[in-house]
Design a protein around this ligand. Structure first.
Ligand code: PFF
Length: 452
């Protein structure tokens, strides 16, 4: 691999990687998406299957992605070219980073609009609009936002400018300092909010919904949703974690670091559920209400709390920062590649790519109002983008990347380069990836497409 293409610098401690990767993983997926997907999929059974998916698919694929990054220490696109020059794989595998990058692009197109909702709610929180709010007012507040393309456009544009500036100024890696504060604060805020939500909400129904399950609730749709959610939530299958893996030291246990990232990600998601569902049941909000669930229930929680205006402000600020640290990881891949390979200034690359994503976001936000028409299979543009990325592109990226690691990279090379201390971890990871994660991803994804 040519020296010029190698990335410079190594993270000084495993915790810096853990925080950076957690910053990419923890975001709107945990607080906005997980609760409503849990709601749509019946609760407890989904949670059990989701945990299994994290363990048997999410963690092994995350380790594979990070480990490939560390093994080659380059950007994903050049990596495949280098591997093909070394006759490890065919040059056609270059399709993998392209699929990954395009997935990130499309996800960011709608992610930015949802992050815009969080910003709009930050503004409403600070101006005291949640005070004494009832569930019907909370529902119409959210409906009003979705019906107003101008306001959504404003927040979406501000969010994209922030993403472009952060990625363009090359401070992406510096953000692990922000995440070091963000994750513990977010955890603390969620624990306090869950305690408060338990004190005013319907606890028995929540515990029953989230933790009771039976085998007949485990349907194929539940498994499919859980796999999609795991890939989305851990940000895998699209090169973001690869880019972070490229900076970690040879002596760090990837398995351990990735397990901590998965644990953080799961804890934040479950806590978000524990915050939201007591209120959802107490206020008789429909658990199946989909993407609006979080944005309708949170204002009610804050609206009835002493000092709620202040706490709501802090919480939505944390949510926006969490969304930002995830969003930048989606843009980083192509910007890094354009910069390293073609010497395009980072800011220019980020601006051009960000502009293209901004246009996708405009179509998304219009699909909540003026353009809320069916495009295919009863889905509008937002639903189409969400489903195509979650159930088609992310699984394809994850499968191809895992196959490359498990079936093409020489096993000895992986063993020597990747695992420094514990060979048991290596064998566990390698066999699970090869014989469980990949077949599970292939079978479930294919069955999902055929049944769609
Ligand atoms: N994992 C992020 C979240 O849960 O909000 C979303 C995400 C970020 C998906 C980065 C994909 C990605 F590359």
């Amino acid at each position: 691999m040519s020296e010029t293409r190698c990335l410079q610098g190594i993270w000084s401690s495993p915790w810096i990687f853990i925080f950076a990767a957690s910053g990419a993983a923890v975001g709107l997926g945990n607080i906005w998406k997980f609760p409503y997907v849990l709601g749509e999929n019946g609760g407890g059974a989904f949670l059990v299957v989701y945990c299994l998916c994290l363990l048997l698919v999410g963690l092994p694929v995350l380790v594979a992605e990070v480990a490939l990054g560390r093994t080659v220490r380059s950007n994903p696109i050049d990596t495949v070219n280098d591997l093909s020059e070394r006759h490890i794989c065919h040059s056609a595998w270059v399709v993998v980073p392209w699929v990954a990058g395009i997935t990130g692009f499309l996800i960011l197109g709608f992610y930015s609009v949802i992050a815009g909702w969080a910003m709009a709610y930050l503004e409403r929180a600070l101006s005291g609009e949640f005070m004494g709010i009832t569930s019907s007012v909370a529902i119409s507040m959210f409906d009003d936002l979705k019906a107003d393309p101008t306001e959504m456009l404003l927040w979406h544009s501000i969010f994209m400018v922030l993403v472009v500036l952060v990625v363009g100024q090359s401070v992406t890696r510096g953000l692990s300092t922000v995440v070091k504060i963000l994750i513990p604060t977010l955890l603390l805020a969620l624990v306090l909010m869950a305690a408060y939500s338990f004190s005013i909400g319907d606890v028995p129904s929540t515990l029953d919904f989230m933790f009771a399950w039976s085998w007949q609730d485990v349907t194929f749709d539940v498994v499919l949703s859980a796999i999609g959610m795991a890939l989305f939530s851990l940000s895998i299958g699209m090169g973001a974690m690869f880019s972070y893996g490229a900076y970690i030291s040879k002596h760090m246990s990837i398995a351990r670091a990735c397990s901590i990232v998965v644990a953080f990600d799961l804890i934040v998601a479950v806590l978000a559920g524990l915050v939201i569902f007591p209120l959802v049941f107490e206020s008789q909000i429909d658990v199946q209400s989909g993407p609006s669930l979080t944005f309708v229930s949170l204002p009610i929680i804050f609206g009835n709390l002493i000092g709620g205006q202040f706490f709501a402000g802090i919480f939505f600020l944390l949510l926006v920062v969490a969304a930002l640290t995830s969003a930048i990881s989606m843009l980083e891949l192509f910007v890094a590649w354009l910069h390293e390979r073609f010497y395009v200034p980072r800011l220019n690359a980020a601006f051009v790519l960000g502009l293209a994503i901004w246009f996708i976001g405009v179509a998304v936000l219009l699909s909540f109002n003026h353009w809320d028409t069916e495009i295919v299979f009863g889905m509008n543009f937002f639903a189409l983008l969400d489903n195509v990325t979650t159930y088609i592109l992310l699984p394809i990226g994850a499968i191809l990347l895992s196959v490359l690691m498990a079936w093409f990279m020489p096993r000895d090379m992986l063993l020597n380069e990747m695992i420094t201390k514990n060979t048991d971890h290596f064998h566990w990871w390698y066999n699970v990836l090869k014989y469980i994660s990949i077949p599970a991803l292939v079978v479930i994804t294919l069955a999902g497409w055929l049944g769609a």
